[in-house]
Design a protein around this ligand. Structure first.
Ligand code: HXC
Length: 518
């Protein structure tokens, strides 16, 4: 064998070793848990053959705790770039078969490098997380690397989209980095996201808790509001990423792609019938969204969290839009603390990435009892007003039915920056809903009345007559047009077309940044 052949052989051997991660036994263990390996994940996520690896031969340089005997090429993370539907993306996939996917100095540097390249190229970053957190043996060096990653998560925030799939444990630092990103996808039964795992919780707090209770997908998607999506399998997660990216541009300087739109095959009759039957009918707003937006185009975000509001991406005549809607079918469509967080964060994401927002309003007057008050509903609620007010993307609002008090103002009203506001003839716009208003206004007179019931009905009817329509608001120009429900799709398309080139006015150019209520 000549010198060149020897050198080639050496390279091929190193590559082969790198491809085997933590070794055959650990790979089998990974498969037995129903999990793919890091390389299998990248292969299935990206367009076939598009992956280019960076840093395959990186190794750690730790010596203590027998680390000099545990050196693996790649240091437990596979990093590089490739394409999804032809679009450039940067990826990193942590390899649980190597030291539990723990993040040491060099492992972290590889991820930070991917971030630097993604920011320079203006392309999304996708993290495939399967990690036990900071590598204990590397101490401060691993913490330092996490700090480098967190810093880049924040620098990149609002400039390039960042999405993580949690495909195994995501402990400690491995949980905070996804939490700083735009979207977290969790996979049922295999992903766990927590500050420390159950073993450490038991040792430190003496608390017995399962991984599922502490950080399972179901918990994060329904209770903590940390996981934006919960899927059944890794394959489903990859498919979801491909769909999600289709609504989002590469970076904040670009606009989302416009495609040919296909009208929905559903009509609005069901919704109109439900509303007509009873003004308090708790219809499911999904029916409305399915009828208005392009066929099967609605991608719901936070499906199981704060279900009293519905948010997600959709297309209308092929335009990508963000959708925010109260859902009367759950908790009467109230705006509570969780709903406020859900809406505000989504509006800010859409604003950062030039995605117009369409808001559908049907919410009772916000009423907060002790629990919500203590949770900080005032502080959380303020976030909705803040997010809509500071956003500069096209904003179109449709008032379907109830728009009372703070609910009216916060849900993208004209007063806080909506560009165009439509209302259905069924809209009710007032400070308080009828019963509450009559009790407050005429409480004394009613208590003194001979026939309380008759007087109450008379006051109620008078109030309803005055507020149960959108015409007072239309007379003042706060509603731009009262439309028939059947016109909604057409009107929204025309509004989007007219606003697509909207330029943001930024009168406060000397301001460093605003101070939103967090
Ligand atoms: C180095 C680790 C490790 C770690 C696990 N391993 N955690 N190595 N650093 N943090 C190693 C194990 O020794 C084992 O090696 C292999 O990874 C697999 O771990 P197991 O425990 O056997 O796997 P499993 O039973 O599936 O449990 C996975 C786990 C558990 C739930 C992630 O390992 C765990 O609880 N680890 C600690 C998680 C944690 O609390 N991390 C937080 C770190 S603090 P061998 O050689 O035996 O296969 C942190 C702070 C950052 O991250 C800053 C935050 C702001």
């Amino acid at each position: 064998m000549n010198d060149i052949d020897r050198k080639m052989k050496e390279l091929m051997e190193k590559r082969e070793l790198a491809k085997h991660g933590g070794g055959k036994e650990r790979i089998e263990k990974q498969h037995k848990k129903g999990k793919l390996t890091a390389r299998e994940r990248i292969d299935r996520l990206l367009d076939s053959g598009s992956f280019n690896e960076i840093g395959m031969l990186v190794t750690h340089r730790a010596k203590d705790f027998d680390m000099d005997k545990k050196v693996f090429y790649g240091d437990g993370v596979i990093t590089g770039y490739g394409t999804i539907n032809g679009r450039l993306v940067y990826v990193y996939a942590q390899d649980f078969t190597v030291l539990g996917g723990s993040l040491g100095e060099m492992h972290g540097k590889k991820i930070a490098h991917i971030y630097d390249l993604a920011i320079k190229s203006g392309a999304p970053v996708i993290g495939l997380i399967d990690s036990s957190g900071a590598r204990i043996q590397e101490g401060i060096d691993s913490l330092a690397s996490y700090g480098e990653i967190f810093h880049r998560n924040v620098l990149a925030s609002g400039f390039i989209p960042q999405i993580s799939i949690i495909c195994g444990p995501s402990a400690g630092g491995a949980s905070y980095s996804p939490a700083l990103q735009d979207f977290i996808i969790m996979v049922k039964n295999i992903s766990y996201l927590f500050v420390t795992g159950p073993k450490v919780v038991k040792t430190e707090l003496g608390e017995e808790v399962t991984s599922e209770e502490l950080g399972g997908g179901e918990m994060h998607a329904t209770i903590s509001g940390t996981a934006h999506f919960l899927v059944d399998s890794e394959e489903e997660a990859f498919e979801l990423i491909r769909k999600l990216l289709s609504y989002i541009p590469q970076n904040s300087m670009e606009s989302p792609e416009k495609i040919d739109g296909t009208p929905s095959d559903r009509d609005l009759d069901d919704i109109i019938a439900l509303i007509a039957k009873d003004v308090d009918n708790p219809y499911d707003v999904h029916l409305l969204l399915q009828a208005i937006f392009d066929r099967d185009s609605f991608l719901e975000v936070f499906k199981s969290y704060a279900k009293n509001v519905v948010i997600g991406f959709a297309r209308i005549d092929g335009y990508s839009v963000g959708v925010v809607a109260n859902n009367p079918a759950y908790n009467n469509g109230y705006l509570n603390s969780d709903a406020a967080d859900k809406i505000a964060r989504f509006v800010r994401f859409c604003d950062a990435f030039n995605i117009p927002i369409i808001t559908f309003v049907d919410t009772p007057h916000p009423v907060a009892g002790k629990e919500e008050a203590e949770k900080g509903v005032v502080r959380h609620g303020a976030k909705i007003i803040y997010a809509y007010s500071e956003s500069t993307i096209p904003k179109i609002t449709v008032i379907i039915r109830r728009a009372f008090g703070g609910g009216y103002l916060a849900m993208s009203s004209k007063h806080i920056g909506a560009d165009i506001v439509y209302a259905w003839p069924t809209a009710q716009i007032a400070v308080l809903p009828p019963k509450a208003a009559v009790e407050i206004l005429y409480g004394r007179k009613l208590s003194e009345a001979e026939d309380r019931e008759a007087l109450y009905k008379a006051y109620l009817n008078e109030y309803i007559e005055k507020i149960s329509n959108p015409y007072v608001a239309a007379a003042r120009g706060y509603v731009d047009e009262v439309i028939r429900p059947g016109e909604t799709r057409f009107k929204l398309i025309k509004a989007i077309e007219s606003l697509v080139e909207k330029k943001a006015l930024e009168p406060w150019i000397n301001k460093k940044h605003s101070n939103m209520p967090l």
